[in-house]
Design a protein. Structure first.
Length: 285
């Protein structure tokens, strides 16, 4: 039987520059050779003999969280996937979590799964730099030195690189015997806010499934992003600048339909479980 520690999602950004000879005006070429942006969920899996580091990477926060929910369910079903996950159809499971709206308007979306540093699955063909970083980090914090070594392994060990790495916590999920709790850091209008939510277990014998709680939070995060997008669309319409953007009426209609589907999904979870928000329930309208 496996147990899960605290799950944490980080926004990760790494920029790698190659040292260049100075030009006549004594300025170096500023173009990065690598610009690595992704979200990273760390999942400590506690077994009888050890704690295994599981990591899910992804292009955006909701998708990374939904793939993490898939992984949680698979480990609950059969912890042997921690030793050999090759028999699991991760691709099909991932594709079933991608909405039509996401598929239509974010074709660059991707995820990958890493267990004890080994890449088990990637939805994109070239995931070499992430794969190399995770093989060195093995579930631990990603540092400048790790990104530097990974860059040297992928691009060439003889080159000299400079690394700028930034990691920010965006989401923390704490499983518990009485309730699951999530803390969410929200960025909007260049400001950062925070709120938390918890779902109390009906009984100790019938806990809220952790994957369901993760999916609910993924819906919430996507809903807040869509709200921000639609608010911006409304502002552009008032300013008569919408026609100058690449946002189409079809996309706006799709975003509204997706928002409604997410609201219904969240409300269904809230009706089925005792959910408490601190300080207040977010405004989804």
């Amino acid at each position: 039987m496996s147990d899960f520690g605290t799950l944490t999602l980080f926004r990760e950004k790494s920029v790698v520059h190659r040292f260049m000879e100075l030009t006549e005006d004594d300025s170096a070429d500023d173009a990065p050779v690598l610009d690595i942006r992704s979200n990273r969920v760390t999942i400590p899996v506690k077994t009888k003999v050890s704690t295994i580091a599981v990591v899910v990477r992804g292009q955006n926060i909701p998708s990374t969280m939904r793939m993490s929910a898939v992984v949680l369910d698979e480990i609950r079903r059969d912890q042997n996937v921690l030793r050999d996950g090759s028999g699991v159809d991760w691709h099909s499971m991932w594709r079933r979590r991608v909405s039509k709206y996401e598929n239509d308007y974010n074709p660059a979306n991707w995820v990958s799964l890493h267990v004890a540093g080994d890449q088990i699955f990637s939805s994109r063909d070239d995931n070499r730099i992430i794969q190399e970083i995770e093989s060195l980090a093995v579930g631990e914090e990603v540092t400048d030195d790790i990104v530097l070594e990974a860059s040297q392994n992928v691009l060439g060990a003889l080159d000299d690189f400079a690394v700028e790495h930034d990691s920010q916590t965006a989401f923390v999920l704490s499983p518990g015997p009485e309730f699951h709790r999530a803390s969410i850091l929200e960025r909007r209008d260049r400001k950062t806010g925070a709120f938390s939510m918890s779902a109390r277990h009906p009984t100790p014998q019938t806990p809220v499934r952790l994957s369901h709680f993760m999916n609910m939070n993924a819906d919430l995060m996507e809903l807040l992003t869509l709200k921000s997008f639609l608010d911006r669309v409304q502002e552009m319409a008032v300013e008569n600048t919408l026609s100058k953007s690449n946002i189409t009426p079809t996309q706006v209609q799709g975003a509204r339909a997706r928002r409604q589907a997410l609201v219904e999904s969240i409300e269904t979870f809230e009706k089925a479980n005792k959910v408490i928000y601190r300080p207040d329930r977010p405004n989804f309208n």
